[in-house]
Ligand binder design. Sequence first.
Ligand code: NAD
Length: 422
Amino acid sequence: MTKEELNPFAIAQAQLDMVAGIMNLDPTIHQFLREPMRELHVSLPVKMDDGTTKIFKGFRVQYNDARGPTKGGIRFAPDETIDTVRALAAWMTWKTAVADIPLGGAKGGIVCNPREMSAGEVERLSRAYIRQVGRILGLEVDVPAPDVNTNPQIMAWMVDEFAFLRGHNEFGVITGKPLPLGGSAGRTDATGRGLAITVGLAMKELGMDPKKATLAVQGCGNVGSYAAAILTKEYGLKLVGISDETGAWYKPKGFDPAALMAYTADHDGLLKGYEKHDKDAQPITNEELLTLDVDVLAPCAIENQITEANADAVRARVIAEGANGPTTPGADKILYDKGIYVIPDFLCNAGGVIVSYFEMVQNAYDYYWDLPTVQQRLETKMSSAFYAVHETAKRMKIDNRMAAYVVSVERVAEAVRLRGWV
Ligand code: NAD
């Protein structure tokens, strides 16, 4: 595939174009929803430990705020591009709409490799980002959260820097914070838990027994590791395949996700060398992981993993997209024709933003919920989002991704119309 065909923003726009045709979307609203409403590009000078100053590039894209303040994570990645951030901001818009929470969509990114930086350098970079981007953030404006390579500690530095800018604490400006700084119970595993809830519902609809089902997960970070842990422990699936950026492993007897998490915690977040630690774990390739003969495949790493080149070889019955944009439009068609049940990214991974929204609500009230309350409210939200999409797909005889778009684009378009923008 060409670079342009794999450009995530071109993919996000192509998906919107397809759904606009299916739902006869008003052409002016369609044109409006194809582009971000606002974006900010920033240049961030940061003092490095060796005494030099390095200039980093950062972005914040506020895609659409018709339904409420924009919301979306901040990524630290060496290959970050404005088009990736635009695509992720668009998907956040559809995600908050499909989850039916009163927020719009945004995303942020910094081009950097935090693995090659000291904790002090990462802190100075995080604070520099807020000094530049803070002017367009706020509880009622735009609320960031963690994403790839960012974590609660980074959110804590950011919320602290924002407090200096404003002259008072405003915890609700950022979610995914540590608990002592206004974080929510249940936020850390929320995306993985939301994924597990949708897998449970999909299996129920397909008449599959989770206790007899196998699972492969691509990516062993926040989303992948918790999804694996919850699906095995609470739903009874057997995890037979796991991968990360350093490799992939197959274990027919089943991995213990807690052991995988303990290993990554001791090895710089990575599974590298896992076969030496667990003799039953056979190294395989990333391609082999994606095409394992499993019931459920959960791509929870990066974009463009299931493409026209490998979609036909995928053998899973259910694909649960924990990552954003793991499947290309060409692959979608192949998966649909093969009868594979795809739980599309912005539905499948909505658990994180749902609990982030709960965190904003708790910050606004300064009153905090216990874990069972958060988990039960998450389950209710995920379940209504799942069935809105599942029923739309059945009724319109379209794939689940298009159905998720129909549900969310209709909700955003309605808000745009009601505001009198178009
Ligand atoms: P993370 O940084 O915690 O983990 C990413 C994992 O993917 C790591 O194990 C990494 O080694 C692995 N990986 C990277 N490149 C890979 C490759 N080429 N092949 C195989 N594995 C690879 O990130 P995360 O927060 O778990 O996010 C993963 C995905 O989920 C991203 O697409 C992100 O946008 C999406 N997402 C995250 C959240 C959240 O709450 N964290 C919410 C919604 C969506």
